[in-house]
Design a protein around this ligand. Sequence first.
Ligand code: BDR
Ligand code: CA
Length: 317
Amino acid sequence: TKKMILDLDTGIDDALALALAVEDPRVDLIGIISSYGNTLIETAGQNSLDLLHLLQADDVPVYLGENHSSTTQSFETMPISMAIHGDNGIGNIELEPATKPIETQSGVQFLIEAAHEYGYDLIYLPTGPLTNLAAAIRQDPTVAELIGQTTLMGGALTVPGNVTPFTEANINQDPEAADYVFTHQKNITMVGLDVTLRTLLTKEHTKAWRELGTLAGTQYADMMDYYIDAYDTLDIDHRGAALHDPLAVAVSIDPNYVTTIDLNLRVTYDRESGDYGRTIGDKQRLLDSTTTKVAVNVDNERFVRDFQDFMLDILKN
Ligand code: BDR
Ligand code: CA
């Protein structure tokens, strides 16, 4: 089985990604790196620990990554993120605190060591900013070749962004890091808004989680309903809420959920350019062999059905 590292800004849809990675027998989740974005890094880390505890997966270690972007000195959560994910990142639901602390080793160091240890067998899966991977490659350039597969949630190629018409939230947190990753890292699959906005979950689905009568079922349903309500009241989508981060996990395990195109990408990071944070084909590398597969279409029916089956399975205990 492949080894997986999640890099999460935990976040409600990140919490769903975590559940899939814990449950799927085709991957072995060896650790979670915490990032900033939907919430502050410490909150994201604690959320991951508490969610693992809820899912009886306390053995998975949680590390802290970089706590702000590579070009800023600090990070503050955007009001829109709090509106979508709640003040605590997980819909203001109170989870039972995990008994285990966050690891003392840095997340970036953990990633570098895992790249050397597992190489081709390692799936690195960021569902937040790309700051930690960029930092890892800067410290140890061999990481770019070593990691077998990087499947990321982020970016928007064929649809508008969700922060500005050009940029998606995860890329927007650290466009410099994202550009560094797209121009250095091998074997990337980008699962962006092009596909994630087409995979929607509704309260019909969460009702079935609740009906399991378990604590995990109730708390995951409460979290997800908060997120579905936010999509509705903020006019993001009235049909349901996007399964951004869990789709990336599913694609990393079964690429057939999506169709992709091969590209070399760049990210615009010139603040004056007007398209700050845009994921766009790299004009200088049009003739080079490609490093990135960009998902542009998704079998959303199959994915949402499988996702629901997985969730019912993990939440039943
Ligand atoms: C991405 O931004 C975050 O708010 C979500 O968790 C997801 O990773 C969607 O743009
Ligand atoms: Ca996320």
